[in-house]
Design a protein around this ligand. Structure first.
Ligand code: DHB
Length: 391
């Protein structure tokens, strides 16, 4: 096969890029080793930055986000047995939207289908050839197990944290910048109405908890746990007890728990984000720990940059923006890395935390919540730094 832009990975980054390119008349093929059903049912985070929502709506990728999503103008930081509201909108003029990532994926897939986009499910990329040539090639096996080759002017790795394309850019033994944390989250979905109007991020003596939401009838909650926890060993009663004790003062409305998963905490940035005509986007380029929900929003910011560069090149503007992609993307990536690390470190005790570090951590929480400047710093990052896109 031959195409202008070959995109490996039909997650938010790959699908959004192919949608934006289509609007400019630039043809692409997206492949993914998963089925459409698997992609649409993968449970990930639920918070969209203002800029992400603006782009989804303005580009025609989703109108549903404004109908089925919920605008949140604040979050609660819970510590010292009290809620400390951060008024995001008053501090920044912006808000965030609660709209789960799988809903974004459903919207993008529906849009790509309606526009006749080529998205091939069950196609596994196994290697990249000619990464340094003008026309890189991705090879693998299709949904029937037969070999395929796609030759493109530009090859995009939007294939997640275990990216195949990343190897072609960095080689197998250059892991990049990496950090692991000695804790994880046990995430649950339950059938219950919301327990609070806004999200609660709680740092308590028992550990961290996050009370998030999905809809009027389904809630998402997280509980700090050991990364090696076998979640099948915990009873529902133990989970509820753990959550309740971490958010003293708020009574959580309990309901049937129908999904559990353990989320590991990692920070990662690939050493190289591009090589010639091969580019990395989203989780293939970087991973953030979940606190603050930057993962998908950062992927969208990568897409905005790469889209602008490809659009400029297609319009005869040369490859200046393409060659500048890695440096431009790095800037926001490292700000988001800092923010995600900071929120994580401020809200979680490590198993070996000293008495001094614990007191210092609560001092930091009081500084942030008690200072307009501190709260504004958090609110600017949480709602997302400005995202300038051209459509
Ligand atoms: C959710 C996840 C997060 O990591 C976060 O910071 C906020 C919300 C969620 O899944 O709802």
């Amino acid at each position: 096969l031959r195409t202008r832009v070959a995109i490996v990975g039909a997650g938010p980054a790959g699908l959004l890029l192919s949608h934006l390119l289509h609007r400019d008349g630039i043809e692409s093929i997206v492949i993914d080793n998963r089925s459409r059903d698997e992609i649409e049912s993968t449970i990930r985070a639920g918070i969209l930055e203002q800029g992400t929502v603006d782009l989804l709506v303005a580009s025609g990728a989703s109108e549903r986000v404004l109908v089925d999503g919920h605008r949140h103008e604040g979050i609660d930081l819970h510590f010292d047995d009290a809620a400390h509201r951060i008024d995001l909108t008053e501090l920044t003029g912006r808000a965030v939207w609660l709209y789960p990532q799988h809903e974004v994926l459903r919207d993008l897939l529906a849009r790509r289908s309606a526009d006749g986009g080529e998205v091939r499910f069950g196609w596994s990329a196994t290697a990249v050839r000619d990464a340094d040539s003008a026309t890189p090639v991705v090879v693998g096996t299709d949904a029937d197990g037969a070999p395929f080759e796609i030759t493109a002017d530009v090859l995009v790795g939007a294939d997640g944290s275990r990216s195949v394309v990343r190897k072609a850019i960095n080689g197998t033994d250059a892991p990049g910048y990496f950090r692991e944390y000695p804790f994880a989250w046990l995430g649950i979905l339950c059938e219950a109405p919301p327990s609070a109007p806004e999200l609660i991020y709680s740092a308590s003596d028992e550990g961290f908890a996050l009370i998030s939401q999905r809809s009027e009838t389904v809630q998402r909650m997280y509980l700090q746990c050991d990364p090696e926890l076998d979640h099948t060993t915990m009873s529902d009663a133990e989970i509820w007890d753990g959550l309740q004790r971490r958010v003293g003062g708020t009574r959580l409305i309990e309901g049937r728990i129908f999904q559990r998963d353990v989320l590991r905490f990692r920070s990662f940035v690939a050493r190289g984000l591009s090589r010639g005509n091969v580019f990395l986007l989203g989780d293939a380029a970087h991973t953030v720990p979940p606190t603050g929900a930057k993962g998908m929003n950062l992927a969208v910011a990568d897409v905005v940059l790469l889209h602008a560069a490809l659009r400029e090149q297609a319009a005869g503007g040369g490859r200046g923006l393409l060659d500048g992609y890695a440096a431009a993307a790095s800037e926001r990536i490292w700000r988001a890395q800092h923010f995600s690390w900071w929120m994580t470190s401020m809200l979680h005790a490590t198993p070996e935390e000293s008495a001094f570090d614990r007191q210092r951590r609560f001092g930091e929480l009081r500084s942030v919540a008690g200072s307009r400047a501190g709260s504004t710093f958090l609110a600017e990052a949480y709602t997302g730094w400005p995202l300038t896109f051209t459509l």
